[in-house]
Design a protein. Sequence first.
Length: 463
Amino acid sequence: MTRTVLKFGGTSVASPTALESVARIVGGLTGDRIVVVSATAGTTDALHMAAREAEEGHDASAERIMQNIAKAHANIVADLLGVDGAETLGQITDLTERTVALLRSVALLRECTARTLDAIVSYGEHVSAPIVAAMLQARGVKAEPLSAEGLVITDDAFGRASPLADETRARAQKTLVPRMKAGVVPVVTGYVASTADGVTTTLGRGGSDYSAAVLAAAVNADELRIYTDVSGVMSADPRIVSDAKPLAKMSYAEAAELAYFGARVIHPRTVLPAIEAHIPVRILNTFAPDDAGTTITADPVFDGSVVKATTSLGELGLITVQGAGMSGVPGFAARVFDTTAAEKVSVLMISQSSSENSICLVVPASSTDRLRTALERMFSAELRRHDVERVDVEAPVAIVAAVGEGMRGTPGVAARVFGALGRAKVNVIAIAQGSSELNISLVVHESDRDKAVRAIHEEFHRS
Ligand code: ADP
Ligand code: ASP
Ligand code: MG
């Protein structure tokens, strides 16, 4: 008997049409099935906004946002299930009341801790799971909604928790396997998890894929299917490059690089638990379920291409610490990184000029000012002595990355990338090549981002 974990993303659960398709996909598959669901598209963003409003003391506005989210879900239930939806509507009401109560206490305290935020944003998946389960049930598939609290067990890094594989395996074997044996499809909340003693956590934005991969590994699934709104991983973000093509196969390493540099279609750490367990991961389209999609495997896939995909990540800032007095001074870079670590700023890309006169860091635009101040403090003595000339900020910028196993050992790839960008009149601010030779990434002005992606895509995918 085959065992499949199917994860449905935000747009796949957000409309009656999508949900009908979900029911056909799950119903059409034989063997053991576990369904993992995201919140409906936009809901997690709205919940974060409600929490922010509450934190600023705007409780009425936070409640309004909640009521709108609840209404949208109730409408879906009414559309799909009619009078049979009464129980699900009741569940939505209970969850809404609980979340409104949380928001009220946030508004009173004017403080929303990471732990409280997780409890609030878990609403999204907690309402979508009962809707999907009720829909499956109504279309003849025995299904039961389950919260991943007490099932996917994590550390207590709220907002970005890491699953604990052994704990999760034990719970999954106990909760999920007997249900599947009884012919029931568990419909599990993605993104949401809990600590071993039951405190709600979340796995980071886009984390439902991660939930699905962890569960696939925990139940020794034969396949993990990630259903979304595109027919697989494409050679570029289809919103930027209209003729981007789906890729039939890619390696985990390529997928991870793509995800790291902004291809939202899969989440960086997400599919690793499945890959490590040698479970093939397929990215498929809920709205075109017969399309071949993309299969991601552990081994490199050489298909004759050089650059397999081009991706980009925006809303970043470039910080340059510059000073002739720092060349050859041991510990200079270490102090730069001590500062980023102390400020808890994640660094996406580093490049150091060979003269050692400068170190460039690419960081989220939202943390550039804070980091600049901290670096100026760290190097205040050097700045006074002019050993460090200045700490420069350039923002907004974007990273554009060309990714592919075929780049390894192929000469002239960088030259083609720069040639294409030159012809498109894109000014490259900084470059870095991953030591894996799997990617070349460059920093460009945010305003040049789409143009740069199109130019590189055109260069390597011209048929
Ligand atoms: P879901 O809610 O199903 O998880 P996401 O919005 O997280 O869906 O991811 C799917 C989206 O990722 C697509 O709609 C597409 O716009 C975007 N995307 C970005 N880069 C790529 C790429 N290289 N290939 C496919 N999709 C991409
Ligand atoms: N709902 C969560 C988010 O929007 C998780 C997910 O969709 O994967 O980030
Ligand atoms: Mg996603």
